[in-house]
Design a protein around this ligand. Structure first.
Ligand SMILES: C[S@@+](CC[C@H](N)C(=O)[O-])C[C@H]1O[C@@H](n2cnc3c(N)ncnc32)[C@H](O)[C@@H]1O
Length: 672
């Protein structure tokens, strides 16, 4: 019988642990061995058949078929994600890429500077961590290849590969799939351009022409003029919106707006403004706040007749809501006030300005009505409507720890230091929640990876370019495309490996809404300001949450200029704590407590742990308030043993953590 090992927060058997490491390393080696070679010729008829039957099987098995999983004693098998060598996304615009053909693909190669135009041939096979399909050349049917989209295969709940049948793959990466088949692998959503993004005539020609020497010039996404009218696009967008097909509605409105830029009559007839105002609404529903705000403001005509005033009022309300949802309260107030002027006191706009006053008060003073915020929370509404307060802190260098958060004023014990709305939280009960087991060959470690949070953050960044630099400034091991926003073909380029590494070092557990979660769907979130707080086992803060609002309070008086610290891992057991800090956060703590516990030596720590474990078992037998005399006597004896394991001089000013829970229990112990 194998002994279980615990690396990360879950248990793996020795065999599972070894299988994961061996499989991932073997796959990477196989890829490296094939680098630069032409692929083995494939049977053009077999792959589509395989995809069709796999799609059928995936339906039957709920989607996890053919992915490496670890059952781990839980009903929901955990998917294993191998982390090999990250690679950057394409940062070049389509117009600067040169078309290529499928038969030019070389194994395990990033075809930099090139673009592939392909057409989906068969149904999409949807698995947990990826989707795959078979594609064929735009203009040369016959040659087929697998195309797989990893992790970020869905957006707003829809499978990206299913959205369209014509794709442009920027700087294609041809390698082996996790199952060893030659595959066009897409990790970065911005490397895949869908025809919904709007192909112009020349781009469409990539699907038909045989000439692969011309640059993919003019690939600025414009739909062909003349095929549709602006009004048709508007009507189709409205029809899609009625069906709640938001991505489709967005695509139709976008097509209409592209056409309208070239159609003076459409602008004259208000169509462009109507479409902008409608797309602003769709963007609000999709949480694309940057574009929602821009669209709504673009729709304001400024004309003086009643009809235009009413429409402008609607647009200003949408602009205000987008700014409000983005936490830009001053900007939101400006839009609502303009709307109020236009309508002589719109009721909804007035209500929003009152809410804005409350948010600005929270933002400036750090005073919140927590009772009211808590009362408004529910499983369906776990996020609070509140502003962030970070007025007593600043970010600066912390020697040996990178950057840290420092107090700008003296803060009394119990006072709020920071109150921050989450950048993103995924709760265990939400369908996006998903933790995978990741094996990172770069540091040979197996960890729990909050994939659901990673995916939600990538989506948020793709949808809101204004948030990219704020997020990318956070600490991560892999530099990726850097900290500055890169745009290509009017879309932000998001390096998903960079996001993953930032999430790994900056996300925290938030606790379930109602206790309904396990290792495979733990609630996790990321708070950008609080992410600058470094760890200390002797921290000066306590952390609490109200919904997605993180509240950091001083646990003792903090002097102006002092670093604010938080305990990332609160385990009383030194060895478990050191392992967790090293494994999850990649550093060794050098605080005074770690120094003292290290100096105790392994033998003393082992003895102390054994005594603490024995006491835990006794205390778990019943409540302290109704314990037996014998149990209390035994716990007291164990406490004396633990006490004796601490060197008085060494621990003069340090807490004796192993004793904390035992002393608390004894403090409440009463003989029944
Ligand atoms: C959440 S970030 C904290 C902010 C980070 N120092 C920065 O520069 O952005 C966590 C990372 O900070 C570093 N860190 C935090 N506490 C530390 C400590 N006590 N000693 C050394 N490094 C620490 C580690 O690299 C860790 O992975």
């Amino acid at each position: 019988m194998s002994q279980p090992t615990n690396e990360g927060a879950f248990f793996l058997t020795v065999e599972e642990d070894a299988r994961i490491r061996t499989t991932v390393k073997a796959q990477l080696q196989q890829c490296r061995d094939l680098a630069g070679q032409a692929r083995e010729p494939n049977d053009p008829r077999s792959a589509p058949g395989e995809a069709t039957s796999a799609a059928f099987l995936a339906d039957l098995t709920g989607g996890s078929q053919d992915e490496q999983t670890v059952p781990n004693g839980r009903p929901d098998a955990m998917v294993v994600v191998g982390v090999g060598s990250p690679y950057p996304p394409c940062t070049v615009s389509l117009r600067d890429l040169r078309p290529m053909k499928l038969d030019e693909l070389r194994m395990n190669t990033h075809h930099r500077g090139r673009v592939l135009a392909v057409r989906r041939d068969v149904a999409v096979v949807r698995l947990v961590a990826r989707s795959w399909t078979v594609v064929q050349e735009g203009g040369m049917p016959g040659h087929t290849e697998r195309l797989e989209m990893y992790l970020h295969q869905s957006r707003h709940g829809e499978d990206v590969l299913e959205e369209e049948s014509m794709f442009l793959v920027k700087e294609p990466y041809f390698t082996l799939s996790d199952q060893g088949e030659p595959t066009l692998r897409i990790d970065h959503p911005s490397d895949l351009v869908l025809s919904t993004n709007g192909f112009d005539d020349e781009t469409l020609n990539l699907f038909n022409e045989d000439d692969n020497t011309a640059p993919a010039s003019a690939a600025v996404p414009f739909a062909a003029l003349g095929s549709k009218t602006v009004k048709q696009c508007k009507d189709e967008g409205n029809a899609a919106l009625k069906q709640q097909a938001l991505l489709q509605a967005h695509a139709k409105y976008s097509e209409g707006l592209r056409l309208a830029t070239k159609d003076a009559a459409a602008r004259q007839d208000d169509f462009a403004n109507d479409i902008s105002r409608n797309r602003a609404y769709v963007n609000l529903l999709l949480n694309r706040l940057d574009e929602a705000k821009a669209d709504a403001l673009a729709a304001v005509s400024g004309l003086d007749d009643q009809k235009h005033k009413d429409l402008d009022s609607k647009a200003l309300f949408r602009a205000g809501c987008a700014a409000y949802n983005a936490g830009l309260y001053q900007e939101a107030r400006k839009s609502f006030e303009e709307q109020i002027n236009l309508t002589q006191g719109d009721k909804d706009a007035l209500a929003m300005t009152r809410k804005i006053e409350m948010r600005l008060h929270e933002q400036v003073t750090g005073q919140y009505n927590f009772k009211k915020l808590k009362a408004a929370l529910s499983k369906t509404r776990p996020r609070v409507d509140a502003a962030s307060f970070d007025g007593r802190t600043e970010v600066r260098d912390s020697p040996g720890c990178g950057r840290g958060l420092f107090a700008t004023h003296a803060i009394a014990a119990g006072e709020i230091i920071l109150c921050e709305k989450a950048f993103c939280v995924v709760w265990g009960h939400e369908k996006e929640a998903w933790t995978a087991i990741s094996y990172d060959v770069r540091d040979d470690r197996i960890r729990g990876a909050p994939v659901g949070l990673h995916k939600a953050i990538v989506q948020k960044l793709l949808d809101n370019p204004s948030q990219v630099e704020r997020f990318m400034d956070l600490y991560g091991d892999y530099e990726g495309v850097g900290k500055k926003l890169v745009m290509a073909d009017s879309r932000p380029v998001i390096d998903t490996f960079q996001v993953r590494d930032i999430v790994a070092r900056n996300a925290f557990g938030v606790g379930p809404v109602d206790g309904d979660e396990n290792t495979a769907n733990a609630s996790t979130g990321l708070w950008v300001r609080a992410a600058y707080v470094n760890h200390s086992c002797l921290s000066n803060t306590n952390k609490d949450h109200v919904g997605d609002l993180m509240i950091l309070r001083a646990s003792r008086p903090i002097a102006a200029g002092e670093e604010i610290t938080h305990s990332y891992d609160e385990s009383a057991d030194y060895d478990a704590r050191v392992a967790a800090l090293e494994n999850t956060w990649g550093f060794t703590c050098t605080c005074a407590l770690c120094g003292a516990e290290r100096a105790d030596g392994a033998e003393v720590r082992k003895k102390r742990r054994e005594l603490a474990d024995e006491a835990e078992v006794l205390m778990a037998r019943g409540t302290a308030a109704a314990a037996s005399r014998l149990t209390i006597t035994k716990v007291k004896r164990l406490a004396r043993g633990m006490e004796g394991s601490y060197n008085g001089e060494r621990y003069k000013e340090l807490p004796r953590r192993a004793l904390t829970s035992v002393q608390q229990w004894l403090g409440h112990a009463t003989v029944r």
